[in-house]
Design a protein around this ligand. Structure first.
Ligand code: ADP
Length: 256
């Protein structure tokens, strides 16, 4: 399972700006591999409109519904562009919409139908599914992050490994964008992961899904189930290459 972080594939500070270069360089590495899935974050295509239209609480007003539709339009734009770049760089990608196969309750996935994804994998396609606004039993609709989806799918499909690509080198002792003394944490076990899930800061941009702390909290059940996790910088494609090959790589590796 490979997660393309919203911070890596979009400019999180600017509405609807795609980092095409990162997606293309990632695709060129992935083109040599088989039998994996892609999940991606929504980055500024999701977080900014979700905040603007107040789509985190219960959906009650007409304004929120319009906001929902506008957010969906932005997410579709990101999906279209991502799928296009991947397809033109040799990936047999198959876009999947979380809102078409998942139901949430208070922002947590409670039911799913992954039959189409299983069939895509069997055929040799690479399913690609993004963080999304999905139907929610309590809230009407809610944000389900790419991180939550990546872990959910990895568990459902018995993934061996999840590689989280983001815009920093891994987990640091503090947010490396705000603190120059922050040190990279190369390895963690489950105890260390629990500790850092409580500590690591949120992303410093408007983020509907909790930044690094949210990511670590989502990762916990995967590591508990024995799935190895790596957090790496997606802007350094050689690192992705090494992480896929299971070689030592600059980043944070987490295992049970
Ligand atoms: P993505 O969208 O790629 O999944 P996030 O934006 O959710 O990633 O999380 C990555 C961001 O978290 C980094 O850009 C960084 O600024 C921030 N961050 C906060 N605390 C930490 C930390 N302790 N270590 C690394 N990154 C951190």
């Amino acid at each position: 399972m490979i997660k393309l972080g919203g911070a890596a594939i979009t400019d999180k500070a600017r509405l609807c700006v795609i980092n095409r270069k990162t997606i293309a360089s990632t695709a060129r590495i992935l083109a040599n591999h088989r039998d994996y899935m892609l999940v991606h974050g929504a980055g500024s295509f999701g977080h900014i409109p979700v905040k603007r239209y107040n789509l985190r609480g219960p959906i009650r007003s007409r304004r929120q519904l319009i906001g929902y539709a506008r957010t969906k339009a932005a997410l579709l734009e990101l999906e279209r562009e991502t799928v296009s770049i991947l397809a033109h760089n040799g990936i047999p990608v198959a876009p999947v919409f979380a809102s078409s196969c998942l139901i949430a309750d208070k922002g947590r996935i409670v039911s799913q139908n992954f039959e189409p994804i299983a069939s895509m994998l069997k055929l040799g396609l690479v399913p690609c599914i993004g963080g999304d606004l999905v139907q929610d039993i309590s809230l009407g609709a809610s944000v389900v992050s790419g991180d939550q989806i990546a872990v959910n799918l990895a568990l459902a499909f018995d993934a061996r490994r999840i590689i989280f690509g983001t815009d920093v080198d891994g987990l640091f002792t503090a947010n490396p964008k705000l603190n120059h003394k922050a040190k990279l944490i190369p390895n963690l076990n489950i105890m260390g992961l629990r500790k850092w899930a409580k500590k690591a800061g949120p992303a410093n941009m408007p983020d509907a899904s909790g930044g690094m702390r949210g990511k670590l909290t989502e990762i916990l059940p995967a590591v508990k189930a024995g799935i190895d996790v790596a957090i790496i910088n997606l802007n350094k494609p050689q690192r992705l290459q090494r992480a896929i090959a299971g070689k030592p790589v600059k980043g944070t590796t987490i295992s049970r």
